[in-house]
Write a protein that binds this ligand. Structure first.
Ligand SMILES: *C1O[C@H](CO)[C@@H](O)[C@H](O)[C@H]1NC(C)=O
Ligand SMILES: *[C@@H]1O[C@H](CO)[C@@H](O)[C@H](O)[C@H]1NC(C)=O
Ligand SMILES: *[C@@H]1O[C@H](CO)[C@@H](O)[C@H](O)[C@H]1NC(C)=O
Ligand SMILES: *[C@@H]1O[C@H](CO)[C@@H](O)[C@H](O)[C@H]1NC(C)=O
Ligand SMILES: *[C@@H]1O[C@H](CO)[C@@H](O)[C@H](O)[C@H]1NC(C)=O
Length: 829
């Protein structure tokens, strides 16, 4: 996982750029250099606002729109990892096409006027299968990953060189006129270095030297690497780099934040995680107030872990809580509040990049961080670090109010254009709607045959280790054996017979004589588990068939090449001679399911098996149906909550693993709804195939469209006007507004207009978008005024003006007034 926040990096809009033409250049005209203050990109200091977006986590059809929204959000850098295992799935066989077209991805970033950071790794962690390392690497003789081990270094260097050459051949580095301004070698190595002792130190220095030797003309970075060698810049990853980062290991290296986590990635079994817009804004502002010049949001858009690409137990949806949600829709107020922050920092960039910092402390919790430079440039950050109490501070003769744990930005040391706690950007709520035309699903089914030792080719005394046996060709590995019992043994049983299976992870489904008897699974933290279930056996031969499954290879920690999973020990309890250890009884193995081998999720493969009308939900069953693309252009999702665990394919492409039966401690599925990119769909007759491992109600599956058409604004009288309304000219910050006041700004997504005003209250309303309520005083004309400003419009700005809502000033006169509006967007009819 990486979250990078770059402070002091500003993406210059055309307007701001003009103001900076006169700025002295301090580096070479081409390429990237740095000093202790900032990077120089093509000779210019810049503040850089960066966001992580990963190419394999969204189809290429979505890239341009995602980049456009990132740019509108104020980003000027896109950061991506390079995913070795998708590019070289089989040793020596490369794939850089289609979804994996890295060159096209970097070019598209450049075409959108943004820079790129390339995190080559090639170990990347990233909640990605095996941390990005190809599984074949595990089978290279004598290999030790991420250590000064000849086989590992050989393959790592070879891949790194190939990627760098590919980029250089296409002239993609800034030194060649391209968009790449930084590259990263290795990833958070400090977290495992100790485990490798002196081999770790030798390795990480070798890696840095090897990378630098490739002469890309742009700096290399190492995140979380306090002893980054030579010219390699060590950077911070985390939540609050403004306070936790001790700084680079040389005064000549700038302060860069390569991962600031916009939320937390989620594993199956986790409750929802959220990091508020206010909290992220606070830590980003803090970072820029303390000499930071580049911050990266990890993730700015998370997207989807399609197919089997996640690491162990990670959900299919990735960082849905990011400013752009899984569907690429703006999550508000996060997206807008951070855009406003970037605007405020851009207004301050001259002072931040060329000014001299100073600190004025007012109290234990409050302080001013000021940057002053030539020609009276001055920018101040006023901060209140107390999480409970607000504060008023006097700065240069003026009193400023600061809500709890908040930072105000004064680009001219006078006017507050932004406060991290006062959200003036719009809010919204995501809603799902069942599609009218896509839900006429006529399901048919195909049941997997439960194998016996006769039909399982791989024989061994005891169960084989799961990862090494499947080599990740499939999640699934069958373990089968037979057990002969005579009537006397059964009759003398002391009670019920119980099958006990110890597993090293991640999941198993047990069958006795072809009958499903139950499942068990581990967790992200504790992958091993014990499965125990009463069973019935008959005199004569009994078959025990265990389907072991993994949910992604591990991605973190040391010695990844030695991790193990799968069925370990099998015991039968309850016989008179009990317990009966079956672990060394002779086990036969079969890799993957018949349906997988036949690719029955494709149009062609589906014809290889016989499908019958679906009946009620048995374990290990494939289902198939056709559907037409849902109406309109909104993104498409599939509601899977009536199913248990498995995978879904649409037109032969896997949209990922689903596992709604794994409930979080709150009693809800960690993920019940899954994304089907529109790019996977044709207008008619789309083939959907579902593999269900444990049983579920297939008729409960619903195809939906997703929107954020419910938009809100919740602003209070004392909030600053939107940062966008301010200009900086000749060092003076000003606005065209006569009497600068906050406004309730609403804008519909896509080409929609406001069709209803669902809620409007000027007074003391409470709640959040989708759940707003009037308080004890509400101006009676609230609804009418807001409708006048907004109805039928694509966007509107309602002034928070007493003269409009409360001319007589009679409305609860002692309260600061809030204006809350909720509106619905739709297409013009
Ligand atoms: C990113 O921001 C969050 C929210 O304040 C903070 O908790 C986290 O520590 C930051 N990450 C780093 C690497 O500092
Ligand atoms: C692996 O290591 C062993 C012991 O060091 C050595 O004898 C063997 O030749 C090595 N194999 C390869 C393929 O390098
Ligand atoms: C910022 O940089 C200045 C000048 O290099 C230094 O004096 C100051 O201590 C730095 N502030 C922080 C918070 O690192
Ligand atoms: C700010 O407050 C947080 C939470 O109370 C605390 O952990 C941190 O040390 C404080 N930072 C400063 C600079 O006072
Ligand atoms: C309205 O007044 C009641 C009673 O004084 C109070 O408990 C409640 O918190 C008030 N509601 C709001 C939204 O201020």
């Amino acid at each position: 996982m990486m979250l990078t926040i770059t402070s002091r990096g500003l993406f210059l809009t055309a307007l701001v750029t003009q103001l900076f033409v006169s700025v002295v250049s301090n580096g070479p005209a081409k390429g990237v250099t740095y000093d202790g203050k900032s990077l120089f990109i093509n000779g210019r200091r810049m503040l850089l606002f960066s966001g992580s977006i990963h190419y394999p986590r969204c189809p290429p059809e979505m890239w341009p729109n995602i980049f456009k929204k990132a740019k509108e959000g104020g980003l000027n850098v896109i950061q991506t990892y390079v995913f070795w295992n998708i590019h070289e799935p089989v040793q020596g066989q490369f794939n850089f096409e289609g979804d994996y077209d890295l060159v096209k991805y970097i070019k598209t970033i450049g075409e959108n006027g943004m820079y790129a950071t390339l995190r080559v790794g090639p170990f990347i962690e990233a909640e990605w299968n095996y941390g990005g390392l190809p599984v074949w690497l595990k089978h290279v003789p004598n290999i030790t990953f991420r250590s000064d081990n000849e086989p590992f270094m050989y393959h790592m260097e070879k891949f790194t060189k190939m990627i760098i050459k590919k980029m250089m051949d296409e002239k993609l580095f800034a030194s060649q006129g391209g968009p790449i301004i930084l590259s990263q070698i290795e990833n958070e190595y400090n977290t495992v270095q100790k485990a490798y002792k002196e081999h770790g130190t030798a390795y990480v220095h070798w890696a840095g030297d090897m990378a630098v030797g490739l002469n890309t003309g742009v700096p290399w970075i190492m995140c979380k690497q306090s002893d980054a060698p030579g010219s390699v810049i060590n950077t911070c990853n985390g939540r609050n780099c403004g306070d936790t980062f001790v700084g680079p290991n040389s005064p000549n290296k700038p302060i860069l934040w390569t991962e600031n986590w916009t939320a937390q990635y989620r594993a199956f079994g986790d409750p929802p995680s959220q990091r508020t817009a206010e909290d992220i804004a606070f830590s980003i502002a803090r970072f820029f107030s303390k000499n930071g010049t580049l911050a990266n949001y990890y993730m700015y858009y998370g997207g989807t872990n399609f197919g089997r690409t996640t690491s162990s137990f990670i959900t299919t949806r990735y960082y849905d809580e990011a400013p752009l949600d899984e569907y690429g829709l703006q999550r508000e107020p996060k997206w807008g509040h951070l855009r406003n922050l970037h605007d405020a920092l851009k207004l301050s960039q001259k002072a931040l990049l060329w000014g001299t910092p100073s600190l004025q402390e007012f109290s234990d919790d409050t302080e001013a961080r000021v940057y002053e430079g030539k020609g009276n440039t001055c920018t101040a950050f006023l901060s209140n670090n107390n999480t409970l109490l607000d504060a008023t501070v006097e700065f240069r003769g003026v009193k400023y109010y600061l809500p709890p744990r908040s930072i105000s930005i004064l680009p001219d040391c006078k006017i507050v254009v932004y406060n991290s706690r006062m959200i003036v950007s719009q809010h919204n709520e995501r809603r799902y709607k069942d599609s009218n035309i896509a839900n006429n699903l006529q399901w048919t089914m195909f049941k997997e045959t439960i194998p016996t030792p006769d039909t399982s080719p791989l024989k061994f005394v005891e169960p084989l280790e799961h990862f090494s046996t499947t080599k990740d060709d499939s999640d699934y590995l069958w373990f089968t054996t037979s057990l002969k019992l005579d009537a006397t043994q059964l009759n003398s049983a002391t009670g019920r017979l119980v099958l006990e299976i110890t597993s090293l992870g991640h999941l198993l489904h047990a069958f006795v004589n072809g009958e499903y008897i139950g499942s068990g699974h581990g967790t992200l933290i504790r992958k091993n588990f014990v499965f125990k279930k009463p069973i019935s056996l008959k005199p004569g031969i009994n078959y025990i068939s265990i389907l072991g499954a993994t949910v992604g290879f591990p991605d973190s920690g040391s010695y990844l090449e030695h991790r193990v999973a799968g069925v370990r020990a099998i015991t039968l309890l309850g016989l008179k001679t009990s317990p009966l250890d079956l672990s060394r009884k002779g086990w036969s193995h079969k890799i993957s399911l018949d349906g997988e081998k036949n690719n029955i999720f494709t149009e062609q493969g589906s014809q290889k098996v016989k499908w019958t009308k679906a009946d009620k939900g048995a374990a290990l069953t494939w289902y198939k149906a056709n559907f037409d693309a849902p109406e309109g252009n909104d993104p498409v999702a599939i509601q899977m909550e009536t199913m248990s665990k498995g995978m879904v394919w649409v037109n032969g492409k896997s949209i990922g693993r689903y596992w709604p039966s794994y409930l979080s401690p709150l009693g809800n599925p960690s993920q019940g709804i899954y994304h089907i990119p529109r790019a996977f769909l044709k207008p008619k007759e789309n083939l959907i195939v579902v593999l269900e491992e444990m049983g579920g109600k297939v008729e409960g599956i619903k195809i939906q469209t997703v929107n954020r058409d419910t938009i809100c604004s919740i602003v209070r009288e004392d909030y600053p006007p939107n940062a966008k309304t301010w200009r900086r000219e000749m060092g003076v910050v000003s606005t065209k507004m006569k009497n600068p006041k906050p406004t309730a700004n609403l804008a519909c997504p896509e080409n929609k207009i406001i069709t209803h005003v669902e809620f409007a209250s000027y007074g003391d309303p409470v709640g959040e978008c989708g759940h707003l309520f009037p308080g004890n005083c509400t101006s009676p004309n609230s609804q009418k005024v807001v409708e006048q400003y907004c109805l039928g419009k694509a966007k509107c700005a309602v002034p928070l003006d007493k003269n409009i809502f409360d001319k007589q000033g009679k409305l609860c006169p002692n309260n600061l007034k809030t204006l809350a509006v909720q509106a619905h967007c739709g297409h013009q009819t």
